[in-house]
Design a protein around this ligand. Structure first.
Ligand code: F6R
Length: 615
């Protein structure tokens, strides 16, 4: 959701900014823009739609661009004002000498805008961002000091911002500031960068400085200075990014989503690495600080998350309750933050987030911390804002996930919940040791079983082809795979725009059954050996009696199923409690192939953003 890169240095400024924006593209956006300092002037280029349009625009204006020495670029996901060239960033002040790019939302922009209009400022766009340009220009007019002008201005802003500012009269200097939106500086030799996320920098430098809320960075080609909101210089640590640029390559796959689905066996191995290495030994979760003492006083766990992470949380609830007997509530972050919660100091609050930057979850976690709850964060970004709030942490180690639709981060979240639930059971002594050993053994086998699923996707592909013209789907399951049904339906919705709804299979007859006919395929998850198999099968028979087309996702080898179902997608044998880590994979693939047959933009579905940094 929006992306920023700023650059001052010796390289081709336009190329650095375009490649930085390309590496942020996965976040989702509807327009793009760039401002460069060239021949002592600030030149701005903005386009609607994909980055290719901006590239073409710059190419068309090549003759006017000579030797730029610095610049800022932005991809915008519209919040205030429709997607349009006028609303695209960078925005300027009235005289056009100052340019601004911004991620986040300025909540008091209307009131600021009125004051600035009264002072004579001429607004061009409908955005909240434009007030920042006029505000800083106004301050600069008085102080002639860009850093001070930004500092004085951000003090007047309410809401969230990561902002970068350049001024024609202050050559090759970028001022960045942040509050409730990520921003970091990339440190180079004879060049420096500023960006909203690490992929923008990784091709050029791995040395980064993360800004905290209310900090201000002044970046020139030779120097980076970070100050607090009062202007005091802050000594910051340079951190080295663990990722290689290759993480941003499709490696021959048609889409990042397909590549990321195929990475899942290795992702599981990575998550298990160092935590579960011997089934005879307890699970090691180094950054989880829950000892027996804390556990004794614990009377409740609350898991807070959004979207796909919320579905992993639902599986986590089943696991934790099953393995440890501790009662678990799961709630969407956006709901948690607007009601009187029962969180207190004897609650463990678990925040689950791929990005670690989801605004609703961050707010929820902050609220939980105010109530003195112990906060455990499960995230793929140990460098994120959320991770910084954590008392305990489980890093996912899934590697950067580029496709907007989450896949490998979901499986890493599931595996983290298995490890955590076993860890609790081991501390509490709540499960039979032999049973735990079997579960651990099966966990270690999971990557091989998923490799088996991935080695032959022909049934899934033909199912996708057969059903790609249907407009509605129902996904059903019971027990722990309800989370998989919800997640499978979400995947289909997100990337194919087909209406798909997940239901607890037993709920079908309480309403949704009214929708069933030959136009409504029902996909069901059936894992034999568990407690739900026969029940779900009966629900499928009920659907068949209403002429619904049936798809089974099952580990059963029973040939009878081929007579009942129109398509049977088979997966390897797996214990029901562990099955979500396998059943999710064919559903990701089914969604992928349906979207691919329909010619959809799989990696960057419309209206979606990878990291939802606004409430
Ligand atoms: C779905 C998807 C979203 C995210 C949700 C939460 O494929 O990616 O539903 O899961 O926006 O994001 P995180 O996990 O980053 O907090």
């Amino acid at each position: 959701m929006c992306g920023i890169i700023g650059y001052v240095g010796y390289r081709d400024v336009v190329s650095v900014i375009l490649s930085g924006l390309t590496n942020l593209e996965y976040r989702g956006y509807d327009s793009a823009g760039i401002a460069i300092r060239d021949d002592g002037e600030i030149k701005i280029y903005k386009t609607l739609g994909k980055l290719i349009n901006l590239k073409n625009e710059l190419e068309a204006n090549r003759a006017q661009i000579h030797n730029p020495t610095s610049g800022i670029g932005h991809i915008r996901w519209a919040t205030h004002g429709s997607p349009s060239i006028i609303n695209a960033h960078p925005h300027t002040c009235t005289c056009g000498r100052l340019v601004v790019v911004h991620n986040g939302i300025i909540e008091n922009y209307k009131e600021l805008r009125e004051k600035l209009v009264a002072k004579g400022c001429k607004f061009k766009s409908q955005t909240d961002t434009e007030v920042i340009a006029h505000l800083v220009a106004d301050e600069f007019g008085q102080t002639k000091d860009l850093e001070l002008a930004v500092r004085n201005s951000v003090k007047k802003l309410q809401g969230a911002y990561a902002v970068c500012v350049m001024h024609k009269d202050v050559p090759d200097l970028i001022v960045g500031a942040r509050k409730h939106a990520p921003m970091l500086v990339g440190v180079g030799n004879g060049e420096n960068f500023i960006a909203s996320d690490t992929p923008a920098l990784i091709e050029y430098t791995k040395r980064t400085i993360y800004l905290e809320d209310n900090e201000i960075a002044v970046v020139t080609k030779d120097k980076v200075k970070i100050t607090d909101i009062n202007g005091n210089e802050v000594a910051k640590r340079i951190e080295v990014l663990p990722w290689e640029p290759v993480a941003l390559s499709k490696l021959g796959y048609k889409h990042f989503m397909l590549k990321e689905i195929h990475e899942q066996p290795d992702v599981i191995r990575n998550v298990l690495n160092g935590k579960l290495y011997d089934i005879e030994q307890p699970i090691i979760l180094g950054e989880v600080k829950l000892n027996k003492e804390i556990l004794k006083s614990l009377n409740k766990i609350q898991i807070i998350a959004c979207g796909t992470s919320l579905h992993a949380a639902l599986a986590g609830k089943y696991l934790i309750e099953d393995f440890s007997g501790i009662s678990v509530e799961v709630e969407a972050s956006s709901e948690y933050i607007y009601r009187k919660s029962t969180t207190d100091s004897s609650t463990l609050v678990i925040g689950v987030s791929q990005s670690g930057e989801t605004a609703d979850t961050i707010t929820a976690i902050k609220q939980a911390k105010e109530k003195n709850a112990h906060v455990l964060i499960i995230t793929n970004r140990p460098d994120s804002n959320m991770a910084r709030l954590a008392d305990s942490l489980i890093p996912l180690n899934a590697g950067i996930e580029v496709s907007v639709a989450a896949t490998k981060s979901y499986i890493a979240q599931l595996i983290s919940f298995y490890l955590f639930a076993i860890h609790l059971a081991e501390i509490k002594g709540s499960l039979d040791k032999g049973y735990l050993k079997n579960i651990k053994h099966e966990l270690i086998q999971l990557p091989t079983k998923i490799e088996e699923v991935l080695s032959d996707t022909s049934v899934i592909q033909s199912c996708a082809r057969k059903f790609s013209s249907y407009k509605n789907f129902i996904y059903i399951a019971r027990g722990i795979n309800l989370s998989t049904a919800l997640e499978g339906a979400l995947k289909l919705k997100e990337i194919s725009y087909i209406n798909a709804t997940g239901y607890a299979a037993g709920e079908l007859k309480h309403g949704p059954i009214a929708m069933l006919d030959e136009t409504m395929p029902v996909l069901s998850i059936l894992i034999p050996g568990g407690i739900t198999y026969e029940k779900v099968l009966s629900n499928c028979e009920e659907a068949k009696a209403r002429n619904a087309k049936l798809i089974a996702l099952t580990s059963s080898t029973d040939k009878k199923l081929d007579n009942i179902f129109d398509v049977v997608i088979r997966i390897p044998q797996v214990t029901e409690i562990l099955s979500p880590a396998i059943t999710c994979v064919p559903l990701q693939l089914l969604a992928y192939y349906i979207a691919e047959f329909l010619g959809k933009d799989v990696d960057q579905p419309r209206n979606l953003a990878k990291s939802v940094t606004v409430e």
